[in-house]
Design a protein around this ligand. Structure first.
Ligand SMILES: NC(=O)c1ccc[n+]([C@@H]2O[C@H](COP(=O)([O-])OP(=O)(O)OC[C@H]3O[C@@H](n4cnc5c(N)ncnc54)[C@H](OP(=O)(O)O)[C@@H]3O)[C@@H](O)[C@H]2O)c1
Length: 344
């Protein structure tokens, strides 16, 4: 079987790390790279990734020409969080007849916020015989796929609560920036209000994915405005230094409501002063289940892995738009990626 040919679409903090791993992954061949950042366009991918060798792929800002001249099996898309921005890019990939695995948070479960766009992506994917998936560590795994899987041995579920308690000081700078690290409270609130800072994106998507998996029709899904977490001490991170009284990170909460009761609670806490990170799921049901991952899961490594490990599942799937709950159970594709691809 030939290697799986990959085009990378987006070479930011996560896209670059995925690219570095993809270049080493057995069974994968990187055949193209798209990026709009001026300092990357026209350069060899190896130079952009600060490797000490050329890899023979020139970064382009012209996906149309690339897609019409280079054949690929899958596009790894990692540019933006919001589907309205990602949509034209996804449509371009699908129209070129290439499967898509994307880190776009709102694509991980797009049916609630964007039913029409979801239908359009699904329809176009089917027309072109390709599969589209939005995934990552969160949304994509820790606050949706994992809790859904944990309900497997339950006869009944009354509620699901997921908490991520993360130390953020060693995360990529774009991540530390989007959770407000180092800002004053005033700047934090203003930037959230003006949409200049996103906070975490994906709680609504995760809540809706859990509800659909359990067959729950929610009356409402509510995401509260992100709250800044204020640092009491000076803290150095890989991105900045947080002064006492300034923002160390944030807390975001979303609720899924059914029959007037909160049946889903998703709590995302990420700041520079978390001493004991963890990821936890509490299911109130028959039986009740409490799972806790001490130390938490590294979000950046986890995202790279979710993207790479999902490629065979996407290539094996029927054409259309899918979410993580629609595909076979996630598992690490530790061997040559072709090992996991079914002959068609
Ligand atoms: N689901 C998950 O668990 C998960 C995990 C990690 C990341 N994400 C999401 O994945 C996305 C990428 O993450 P990141 O940290 O790498 O963000 P980032 O550092 O902002 O990188 C995004 C890159 O894409 C480029 N870009 C934007 N629009 C483009 C276009 N139309 N064509 C080509 N390139 C384009 C940007 O260029 P400019 O800088 O010039 O705009 C930037 O270099 C973010 O939205 C992030 O929130 C999701």
């Amino acid at each position: 079987m030939n290697k799986v040919r990959v085009i990378l679409f987006g070479l930011g903090a996560i896209g670059s790390r995925i690219a570095t791993f993809a270049l080493q992954k057995e069974g994968l061949e990187v055949v193209g790279a798209v990026e709009i950042a001026k300092d990357k366009v026209g350069k060899d991918l190896g130079e952009v990734l600060k490797m000490d060798k050329s890899v023979g792929v020139t970064v382009t800002d012209d996906p149309d020409t690339l897609f019409s001249t280079v054949k690929a099996d899958v596009i790894i898309h990692s540019t933006v969080s919001y589907l309205k921005l990602a949509y034209p890019q996804i449509i371009k990939c699908v129209s070129a007849g290439v499967n898509v695995v994307s880190t776009c948070e709102e694509l991980s479960y797009p049916y609630f916020k964007f039913p029409k766009l979801s239908d359009e992506i699904d329809k176009l994917a089917k027309e072109h015989g390709v599969t589209v998936l939005g995934t990552g560590i969160n949304p994509g795994y820790l606050m949706d796929t994992l809790p859904i899987t944990l309900t497997g041995p339950c006869l009944d579920v009354k509620s699901v609560k997921v908490t991520r308690m993360m130390y953020s000081g060693n995360r990529r700078s774009s991540y530390q920036k989007k959770i407000g690290t180092g800002l004053t409270t005033e700047a934090f609130n203003q930037m959230i209000k003006d949409g200049e800072m996103t906070g975490h994106v994906g709680l609504i998507e995760s809540a809706c994915m859990i509800a659909e998996a359990l067959g729950w029709k929610l009356d409402d899904v509510v995401e509260l405005p992100p709250e800044p977490v204020i640092s009491e001490k000076e803290t150095k991170t890989t991105y900045t230094t947080v002064q006492p009284g300034h923002v160390a990170g944030l807390r975001s909460v979303a609720h899924g409501i059914k029959g007037g009761k909160t049946v889903i609670t998703l709590e995302f806490v990420s700041h520079t002063n978390v001493e004991k990170p963890y990821d936890a799921v509490a299911i109130d049901g028959t039986p009740s289940i409490h799972e806790r991952i001490e130390g938490g899961v590294n979000g950046d490594i986890g995202t790279i892995a979710m993207i790479i490990n999902s490629i065979p599942k996407v290539l094996n799937a029927r054409p259309g738009l899918y979410t993580m709950k629609d595909l076979p159970l996630p598992a690490a594709a530790v061997k040559d990626l072709r090992t996991y691809i079914k002959a068609s």
